[in-house]
Design a protein around this ligand. Structure first.
Ligand code: NOJ
Length: 545
């Protein structure tokens, strides 16, 4: 496989509204991010995935863009953005912009024009029909909104304030490509492409995901914007299978660098109620899914590794233990992920094991997805009770990941001097960055070590390019795998449970590389006899003979 710089990169996702507020208006901003670059450099990351900071009415927190080439005043100015790009480079960090290309805000001037009349030059930038079809919005309800002025329906796969762009219109592709190239000139390191699997849709045939026009459009975009440039491009691709992932990320095909797919992230969702009613977590299933994605590429594709992002609940609350074993289980989850092949992503706060939040009142939440789903499932269909829905919110809602970053134990966790746009998780007095930086055995330093291992002369080839083999596939509590590159073999062993586990592996250890418990290496070096403590995770180098 031809090596690429982003194979060995580690990405940190920032959700700007919740990261750090320098102005005191209660919203995080670009200067706030700038002030935290030394912290991110210390962690060791290479890239920031910056969730949208463009001009936006914030119906979906910036995923509704009103101008792709302007910064929302909440976040600062274009000069602040340029400073961030420039200063981040001095800290060896590149900025990956978030491109939302499936839809714009209804406040975008293209849409403002388009809805003026049926013969407006921008009319065909969006999708209009005299009659709606059966397609539903991902944010509940029909995917069609009637426009009273022009007496037609427009199509929106997300909120009605997020009309879908019409990628059948070549002018849309041209405008978007010019905009992307402009950002490339600003010195960004790459792009994350929001729900990119939706742009090739054929709505009259009921096709939204993975439509026939998708890959030709991406090849065209690559040619126009990315070719022969050292950029990284990441496609958010919910429904990708390994075969589909290769279409996007096989280097020969010149589309994207990697996919960001969610098969593992939705394994416990209910067949009807989805995330609002999760089913018991099954480690055997998780291992099977992860292992499939670890072994499906042979230089013909590349995957992102993640547990968290701004759309998912906090992993330590989800598949770890956010009580007694919070720190230990967070380290275990980090170890499992960073030992795999792919480009790892850390979502803000994950490196200090921030947890889900439980607000009493639905009104304390902000997310449009929560509000729309409540309207549909509880008020209209009555398919979930209020209590059942709140339980779903506590386990799965996106706002679990969006409460402000917990920097220290001062008022509002040092996030803002003003009134935060979304309340903080009250546990910030214990769980915060200052506290983590003060303790050598904190989750922060564990992430730092994992990143350093991936970059170490000794182990980087194995961690980045080594083959993957799952061990103990049917064990319900232990996740174990071996990575092998040439003569080197690394074993990752993790006990994903509150009970001690003994599995007895007939493998011989050369060295303990990393252990999430402070223990004498000799105590854990006999794999036949090893007793893994609750949520213990160890990385070993195995003997070559
Ligand atoms: C995916 C984004 O990650 C999510 O936050 C957003 O709501 C939708 N796309 C719509 O842009």
């Amino acid at each position: 496989m031809e090596k690429q710089w982003w194979h060995s990169a580690v990405v940190y996702q920032i959700y700007p509204r919740s990261f750090c507020d320098s102005s005191g208006d209660g919203n995080g901003d670009l200067r706030g991010i700038n002030s935290k670059l030394p912290y991110l450099e210390k962690l060791g990351i290479d890239l920031i995935w910056l969730s949208p900071v463009y001009l936006s009415p914030m119906k979906d927190n910036g995923y509704d863009i009103a101008d792709y080439q302007a910064i929302d005043p909440r976040f600062g100015s274009m000069a602040d953005m340029q400073t961030l790009i420039h200063t981040a480079k001095q800290h060896n960090i590149g900025i990956m912009m978030d491109l939302v290309l499936n839809h714009t805000s209804d406040q975008h001037q293209w849409f403002q024009q388009a809805k003026q009349s049926r013969d407006n030059p921008y009319r065909d930038y969006y999708i209009w029909r005299d009659q709606p079809n059966q397609i539903r919005s991902i944010f509940s309800g029909p995917a069609w909104q009637f426009d009273n002025t022009t007496k037609q329906y427009y199509f929106h796969l997300f909120a009605d304030a997020q009309p879908d762009l019409n990628w059948e219109n070549p002018k849309v592709a041209t405008e978007i490509q010019q905009m992307i190239s402009w950002w490339v000139e600003q010195g960004v390191a790459g792009f994350r492409l929001d729900v990119i699997d939706l742009i090739g849709k054929q709505i009259d045939q009921g096709i939204t995901e993975n439509g026939p026009r998708l890959h030709p459009l991406l090849q065209q975009m690559h040619q126009a914007c990315f070719a022969n440039k050292p950029l990284v491009t990441v496609g958010e691709t919910w429904g990708a299978t390994p075969e589909i992932a290769k279409l996007y990320s096989n280097p020969q095909r010149q589309e994207l660098s990697m996919v960001f797919q969610f098969e593992h992230a939705s394994i416990d969702w209910h067949p009807i109620h989805g995330k609002w009613q999760v089913q018991p977590f099954d480690l055997i299933e998780l291992k099977a899914v992860m292992s499939k994605w670890q072994t499906c590429f042979d230089g013909d594709g590349w995957n992102a590794l993640f547990w968290n992002n701004h759309d998912l609940p906090r992993i330590v609350s989800r598949w770890g233990n956010d009580g007694q074993y919070r720190e230990r289980s967070a380290k275990l989850l980090a170890t499992l992920l960073h030992g795999m092949q792919g480009t790892p992503y850390i979502y803000q706060g994950e490196e200090i094991a921030m947890t889900n939040v439980r607000f009493e009142d639905l009104d304390d939440y902000d997310d449009i997805e929560i509000k729309n789903s409540y309207q549909e499932k509880v008020l209209e269909q009555q398919s979930l009770s209020h209590q059942q829905f709140m339980q779903g919110v506590y386990t799965s809602a996106r706002d679990n990941a969006r409460t402000p970053m917990q920097w220290d134990n001062s008022v509002n966790a040092g996030f803002t001097h003003g009134k935060p746009w979304l309340a903080l998780n009250p546990n910030y007095s214990d769980i915060n960055v200052a506290n983590a930086l003060d303790r050598a055995d904190s989750v922060f330093y564990h992430y730092q070590q994992l990143i350093a291992l991936r970059k170490s002369a000794e182990y980087s080839d194995t961690l980045i390019y080594g083959d993957f083999a799952l061990l103990l596939a049917e064990h319900p509590q232990v996740f174990a795998y071996v990575r092998q590159h040439q003569q080197q073999r690394l074993l990752v062993m993790a006990n994903v449970s509150e009970q001690e586990q003994q599995v007895g592996l007939n493998l011989s250890v050369e060295k303990v590389v990393l252990n999430n418990l402070q223990q004498n290496d000799e105590l854990v070096s006999d794999l036949e006899a090893l007793r893994l403590a609750p949520y213990q995770a160890i990385v070993y180098a195995l003997s070559t003979s």
